[in-house]
Design a protein around this ligand. Structure first.
Ligand code: SF4
Length: 270
């Protein structure tokens, strides 16, 4: 059995991020997962983790408020009432500063600039968030989907209940993608399967929420049964290649420029 791939009886289990790394470049997967060559977190990853941690805590606060409203009828005569005050940008920015990760930045000034950029990003998120009523069902929850004899694990950022059904929302801190890319995105197909595994209901909408300083870009798509079947075939083919030990590099300037293993990779394009 190869390192990095977990086998339980006869099935293989790997995370979506491992699968994504293999799709990006099998050699990079080999360095990271098989050879387990450590690397420091970079500034982009650090910023993304800080934003995700903030929005996780924010979502938990939303769920607390929802539950306190639901239980308020039962607590009419209680001395201590649950907090039902509206959530504000001040709440959100407090969570941001509590959640900010300083690792990954080259200098203190770079970290301070990221902290300020995050404030702008989260103010833009708040504008998006308050534009319509939201009922949150799930925040940051792990799932497992079966693909033949294999299992893909992942984590959903957020699921909301709306009149038209479940909306799966994934937060992104990178640049927005094209609609064609979002429509073909394998991660969203896996998330659609994950939502069914967690809530036993197909989702109505899949949204990538790109969080930027200038505003939020929500790119929405859906998946049919046929598309989910195709996604499973695609995943199965990737698992087969991975299990065969195919780690041929797929270099490109764009990929290698941001690859943390370029200094030890003989195939690097930069
Ligand atoms: S440097 Fe390029 S080819 Fe080498 S592992 Fe990284 S992405 Fe792959």
């Amino acid at each position: 059995m190869e390192a990095g791939i977990e086998r339980y009886t006869s099935s293989v289990t790997l995370s979506y991020s491992q699968l994504q790394l293999y799709r990006r470049c099998p050699k990079q997967y080999e360095f990271a997962v098989i050879k387990k060559i450590g690397r420091p977190i970079n500034a982009g990853e650090s910023f993304g983790a800080s934003v995700h941690n903030t929005l996780k805590k924010w979502g938990e606060l939303e769920i607390e408020r929802q539950q306190s409203v639901a239980s308020s009828q039962l607590l009419l005569f209680a001395e201590e009432k649950p907090d039902q005050s509206p959530l504000t940008t001040d709440h959100l920015l407090t969570l941001w500063h509590q959640s900010f990760i300083v690792e990954g930045y080259a200098t203190r000034a770079e970290a301070d600039a990221a902290r300020q950029r995050g404030e702008k990003v989260l103010r833009a998120f708040y504008e998006w968030w308050q534009a319509e009523p939201r009922r949150v069902l799930i925040i940051e929850k792990g799932f497992e989907v079966a693909v033949d004899d294999g299992t893909i694990t992942g984590r959903l950022d957020r699921i909301e209940q709306h009149p038209d059904g479940l909306h799966v929302i994934d937060f992104k801190t990178g640049a927005p993608r094209t609609q064609d890319e979002v429509d073909a995105d394998l991660q969203l197909s896996i998330y659609a399967m994950g939502a069914v595994q967690l809530l036993a209901v197909p989702c109505a909408k899949l949204t990538l929420l790109f969080l930027g300083e200038e505003g939020v870009t929500a790119m929405t798509t859906m998946r049919s049964e046929g598309q989910l079947k195709d996604a499973k075939i695609q995943i199965r083919a990737l698992i087969d290649r991975l299990e065969s030990g195919d780690y041929h590099p797929t270099p490109s300037r764009e990929k290698c420029r941001s690859c943390p293993y370029r200094s030890v990779c003989s195939a690097s394009a930069v």
